[in-house]
Write a protein that binds this ligand. Structure first.
Ligand SMILES: [Ca+2]
Length: 178
């Protein structure tokens, strides 16, 4: 009888020990797992937000809404196309559905033909317009970067407007600034 009691007591202690030990190890390991899982949940819920927080978000200018602008074939351009705004009313507009609050750089890639044919204006996230252009001509190059602040998570409107004639606008890249 005493032997059975001891075995029972030992079994209770072992069971309690296991439960306590299990509890202790489960606690700390559960938190990192939960944290690791969070970005995956975000990725499926809000791809635009995540894309901006990591590598560049790239938007082809030929996918912008164009006013007085034409998509033209351009060798080596991404998507094989670029946009030329045809007169002073020319605009290309695009609204990212969701961009996370933060500071970013917007860079246009395109081709300027000469110092009289290379400028375009950029308005983004409601900031004042900035005039940008490439450093060299007749090459597909990044134009001067525009730094902007997205004030809160949400849509982000980008407007490229006519600066000079014959500027070929291939794509827009948006990167977070650290
Ligand atoms: Ca393009």
């Amino acid at each position: 009888m005493r032997g059975a009691m001891l075995v029972l007591l030992a079994a209770v202690l072992v069971a309690a020990g296991c439960a306590t030990g299990g509890g202790k190890t489960a606690g700390p390991s559960a938190s990192p797992d939960a944290l690791a899982a969070a970005p995956d949940a975000l990725a499926s819920a809000a791809p635009d937000v995540l894309a901006a927080a990591g590598p560049a978000t790239v938007i082809e200018v030929e996918n912008f809404k164009l006013t007085k602008g034409n998509a033209v074939d351009l060798k080596d351009a991404s998507g094989g196309k670029a946009v030329v705004l045809t007169d002073e009313a020319g605009e290309a507009e695009y609204t990212l559905p969701s961009l996370a609050k933060g500071t970013y750089e917007l860079v246009i890639r395109g081709v300027g033909q000469s110092d009289k044919e290379d400028a375009v204006y950029v308005r983004v996230a409601g900031q004042a317009e900035e005039r940008v252009f490439p450093e060299e001509w007749k090459k597909l190059l990044p134009f001067k970067a525009v730094r902007f602040t997205q004030p809160a998570d949400g849509p982000c409107k980008i407007v490229l407007s006519f600066g000079e004639e014959n500027v070929q606008l291939d794509r827009v890249e948006i990167r977070p600034v650290k």
